[in-house]
Write a protein that binds this ligand. Sequence first.
Ligand code: SF4
Length: 276
Amino acid sequence: MKKIYLCAISNIRSGACNEDCRFCTQSVKWGADINRYKEKSIETIVNEAKLAKKNRASGFCLVTSGKGLDEKTLEYVCRAAEAVKKEVDITLIACNGTADKESLKELKNAGVKIYNHNLETSREYYPKICSTHTWDERFETCENIKSVGLRLCCGGIFGMGEGEEDIQSLINSLKKLKPDGIPLNFFIENPKLPLKATHNKDFAINIVKKFANEFKEAIIMLAGGRELVFGDSWTEALKRGANSIVIGDYLTTKGEKPDKDLEILIKEGFEIANEC
Ligand code: SF4
């Protein structure tokens, strides 16, 4: 019976980011119509973590918009992590952008076990999707994550106009980092964003197969865009090599109802992992 890891995400600071990532509705540059707020209350975050646990998620990710882990963000994420740790037995993940070693050590002391920082795409294609920071900075943060002993969750977004060679280049870079988990996101269009999606179901299945084949030891996660590219046949991607999904809502878009996903997984004979 194939074991599937479920991960829930909480956008604890949404929008108002000054970076210009062309795939991201949280950048102020594009003016997308999303819910923007500075800090979700600690009480709400703890309740969301409890709900994630009830929905059988083994990981709970605290996400903040913005370029990186500055002093204020660090203090807030540590406070949120400590509060969740006190009440909920769930693996804590943080995703707060560029980070130095000292900040990452503090997160670790607050109970965070895994840090998510995606390379997004190849080093060569990155300037086409972001001009305000570099791919090299992203890679450096990933090295920092590993060097302080946090587990690394690092993947990309597909269907942003990148070519085969970019996907291969991303794979080569990830091989150097050896991530524990690899989220595969499929770009979700928004009328305010300058990018158009260049994916379809066959393309997405091929991405899953390719990554599962290249990274046999890693957790291969279907993240943003799962419902969009696979529709009702998303479990096909689990049969082709993925072994994890995001359960519940995404950062700025609605996900499937957790009950419905769980029902499908159980009905199709998958086992839900209890820890990650
Ligand atoms: S840095 Fe993060 S939050 Fe900001 S625009 Fe880029 S992806 Fe979005």
